[in-house]
Design a protein around this ligand. Sequence first.
Ligand code: ADP
Ligand code: AMP
Length: 225
Amino acid sequence: MNLILLGPPGAGKGTQAKRLEQSHGLVQLATGDMLRAAVASGSDLGKRVKAIMDSGALVSDDIIIEMIGARIAEPDARPSGSKGGFILDGFPRTVPQAEALDLMLGTQGRKLDYVILMEVDEPALIDRLSGRFTCRNCGASYHERYQRPKLEGVCDLCGSTDLVHRADDRPEALGTRFAAYRNQTAPILPYYRDRGILRRVDGMAPMDEVTRQIEAVLAGNAVAR
Ligand code: ADP
Ligand code: AMP
């Protein structure tokens, strides 16, 4: 099963992707996490993208396509038999990225099963992003009010104590990020709707209800809209 979780920054993509990893044995491919790891490592790629990411703008398509192309070809992102597959989180974010993904998958005889759009309004996104903190080791998301770790200061998933507020979750970067979503990412929706694989879930609902709606999609019980 190969999925895309699509939605604006703060929609809950990472939160749900981590749940699907555990419940369905899928692997989360989060381009934002990959880029943050590159920045943390001090690599050339990291140096090239840091300022762009901090501003809230999108990194160029060629950098992203090369990075995800290498990652998607790795063995853990390939299904074995009826099990496994990937969840794309934060990619594609532009029409050229969506087209490049199709090309990559097509040449490998693979396909997308569903593109799940998580709809959340802007006031809720601001509330979520301003209270978000994330694990620098595994990328898990927490929230000051909605999702605290079980043990204060310790990541539930990997045990790391490196929990931080992201630089691009500052109010100054949010306008640029929302504009990038509206102007560059939302235009990919018709691309998937026309192929009949787009499904919508109510991202405003509590986390467990969002999970339930995504499970209904995966079980084939959600209509295309
Ligand atoms: P994205 O990966 O789409 O940017 P995250 O999964 O990191 O979003 O979620 C953004 C913030 O909102 C996090 O602090 C997370 O704990 C919180 N969150 C996620 N889903 C919900 C939800 N359904 N209701 C309330 N808060 C949520
Ligand atoms: P995210 O963690 O998905 O919120 O991404 C954080 C930042 O990384 C974005 O604001 C962009 O600067 C960059 N980024 C992540 N994924 C992409 C992508 N698919 N295309 C362009 N830029 C990206």
